[in-house]
Design a protein around this ligand. Structure first.
Ligand code: GLU
Length: 484
């Protein structure tokens, strides 16, 4: 009987939620859901210096915002607590001591200075950088001396020399890594007593009975090290799958240094990206659904996701394409959803001057041209402000012209015609006024738009008039006639 799938996301709270971590979480989520398994969240907080609660909160909020709810994790519990590593320090140490007692690990007393000197020496002789495993052969005399000097040891795991570690990766296929490429005997517990990532992750994945380890390709060498630890602990290997990394157009890694906040989910949340768009975009960067469809929901992907359709090649994270996905979702998600999500961006306006129905009409008028929802503030401000800001060139040009004045006079005379919230009737009234004055096209429409919206371009004129209604139309035109 095959065991139930258990996949996990194991972020380190050393920075905001990265788009790469979000994509790895997504693939784990989809895989677990597809196979009716469990999706587990675990925080890898063994980096005492860089881990921060603020990042933990951001990661949890970000993953939830994307809709990647876990079945077990730090804030919801489950059968395998604790879900943070710092709470398991003693447990890791105990297992490390067991490895020592079996001759598979040892206390290493090399000082940072000695290790630096070794690195320098290897650099000078053109050798690859690795620990020289000299700690394996300490004499009792040496150990006594080190202890007398007050040296606090690390625990190193013996990495078999001249060995090829191989596994079948569920995405990349056969992988082979020679142990000469993984840096010599590895530290598994630091002198502070804190377990190192490669060790803690193996203990945790075993404790939590993970069946699948799906993570970024940058962990391939770690996987080789971890496989050696699984073997030393006499444990069965999980399935490993390495997701190709995402790069920018210059093939540079997505880093905060080069790309700033654009590598963090938080930026997209703040800027009014739709989680549906991000999930869809991230999912299809390295995976294509069997249907070949470009647009799909998380739920649709859940029904068909599998690792054999994940590409082996690196992918480009293209913010322009993400914008395109986002524009699609802004236009196609239910209007009520987009309206709710728009409201925070309109906080500085008095939105209560409109009914909910009118607000939805406003959003439906302006959402067409948006890339991100934060743009809604500028795109819709003229509906809300008391006085529309008119650019100087319109004020002193178009709006001063005689034909414009005539149109405004006629509109003021016919205000009641704009009382019914009927875009077609409002537009027809403007056309009728144009006919009376012998004006049409931009000669007719531009002055009206400019006076009401502060710009000669904008959403549908009839709908705009119908939403603004006679009172706003009147006060805007009167203000304009007074000022210019
Ligand atoms: N904490 C590691 C990271 O954020 C997790 C790697 C893993 O999934 O084992 O990259």
């Amino acid at each position: 009987m095959t065991s139930k799938v258990r996949a996990r996301i194991a972020p380190s709270p050393t920075g905001h939620l990265h788009v790469g971590t979000a994509r790895t979480a997504l693939y784990n989520y989809l895989y677990a859901r597809r196979h009716q398994g469990s999706f587990v969240m675990r925080l890898e907080d063994t980096d005492e210096v860089r881990s921060d609660q603020h990042y933990t909160d951001d990661i949890i909020d970000g993953l939830k915002w994307l809709g990647l709810a876990w079945d077990e994790g730090p804030d919801i519990g489950g059968p395998y607590p604790p879900y943070t590593q710092m709470e398991k320090t003693d447990h890791y140490e105990q297992i490390a001591h067991k490895l020592i007692s079996q001759g598979k690990a040892y206390f290493c007393y090399a000082t940072p200075e000695e290790l630096d000197a070794l690195r320098e020496q290897q650099k000078d002789s053109g050798e690859g950088q690795r620990y020289d495993n000299s700690g394996r052969a300490y004499t009792q005399e040496q150990i006594d001396r080190f202890q007398k000097e007050g040296r606090v040891p690390v625990i190193r795991f013996k990495v078999e020399e001249d060995r090829v570690v191989s596994w079948h990766d569920a995405i990349k296929g056969e992988i082979q890594i020679h142990t000469s490429d993984i840096g010599g005997d590895m530290v598994i517990v630091k002198s502070s007593g804190i377990a190192v990532y490669n060790f803690a992750v193996v203990v945790d994945d075993l404790d939590m009975k993970m069946t699948h380890v799906i993570r970024g390709e940058d962990h391939i060498h770690n996987t080789a090290k971890q496989i050696l630890l699984y073997e030393a602990l006499g444990a069965e290997l999980p399935v490993f799958a390495h997701v190709p990394l995402m790069f920018d157009h210059d093939r540079a890694k997505l880093s905060k240094r080069k790309h700033g906040e654009a590598v963090h989910i938080k930026k997209y949340r703040d800027d009014g990206y739709m989680p549906e768009a991000i999930v869809n975009y991230l999912a299809q960067i390295s995976w294509t659904p069997p249907s070949g469809n470009e647009f799909f929901t998380l739920e649709e992907a859940t029904g068909v996701f599998d690792l054999d359709r994940v590409s082996k090649s690196p992918a480009v994270f293209d913010t322009k394409r993400l914008d395109w996905f986002n524009g699609h979702y802004i236009r196609t998600l239910p209007l009520s959803v987009i309206t709710d999500r728009s409201l925070p961006y309109l906080a500085e306006f008095d939105v209560s001057q409109y009914s909910r129905e009118q607000l939805e009409q406003i959003i439906s008028l302006v959402r067409e041209g948006l890339t991100a929802l934060s743009e809604i503030k500028n795109a819709s401000s003229f509906f809300f402000v008391k006085e529309v800001a008119i650019p100087e060139e319109l004020n002193s040009g178009l709006l001063k012209q005689e034909h414009s004045r005539k149109i405004f006079g006629k509109i003021l005379e016919n205000l009641s015609a704009f009382a019914a919230p009927d875009p077609k009737a409002c537009k027809a009234k403007v056309d009728e006024i144009g006919k009376e004055l012998g004006l049409k096209g931009k000669d007719l429409y531009w002055p009206v738009r400019a006076a009401l919206c502060g710009s000669t371009s904008g959403p549908d004129l009839g709908a705009t008039l119908a939403i603004l209604g006679p009172d706003r139309i009147k006060s805007r035109i009167e203000a304009l006639l007074q000022h210019c």
